[in-house]
Design a protein. Structure first.
Length: 120
């Protein structure tokens, strides 16, 4: 199911991307194993691109997904390496209140891990 969803994130259809982001959000919400699978499946770059979406619901689904993924250690590296920080900051400036909150929490999750690694 995860692989199908990740493939569908590449669709040119906005409605499809929104639907898939919502499905992935539910898959990752309470299942750590799904978070790992989604992170390793290559979904992160596609989700990051949705942060620029003009549709607030799609942006909220994408940022919630990234927040859920950031709860797993290995995904923090994937998110950072995919250069998400700049777009997470973009959401802080342009998103809905929910998106802004989730973006800031995702940044804190990522930052906390980076600081821990730097300072041992």
């Amino acid at each position: 199911m995860v692989k199908i969803c990740v493939n569908d994130l590449q669709s040119s259809s906005h409605a499809m991307k929104q639907s898939v982001a919502a499905k992935l959000k539910l898959l990752a919400k309470n299942r750590a194993d799904n978070r790992v699978l989604i992170g390793e499946s290559g979904a992160v770059p596609a989700l990051i691109s949705l942060l620029q979406c003009n549709d607030p619901w799609t942006q909220e689904h994408a940022i919630t997904m990234l927040f859920n993924l950031s709860l797993h250690e290995s995904n923090k590296v994937i998110i950072t390496n995919a250069e998400a920080i700049k777009l997470l900051m973009y959401v802080l400036k342009t998103g809905t209140e929910t998106s802004k909150h989730r973006s800031s929490t995702t940044l804190v999750n990522i930052e906390r891990d980076c600081l821990r690694k730097i300072h041992g």
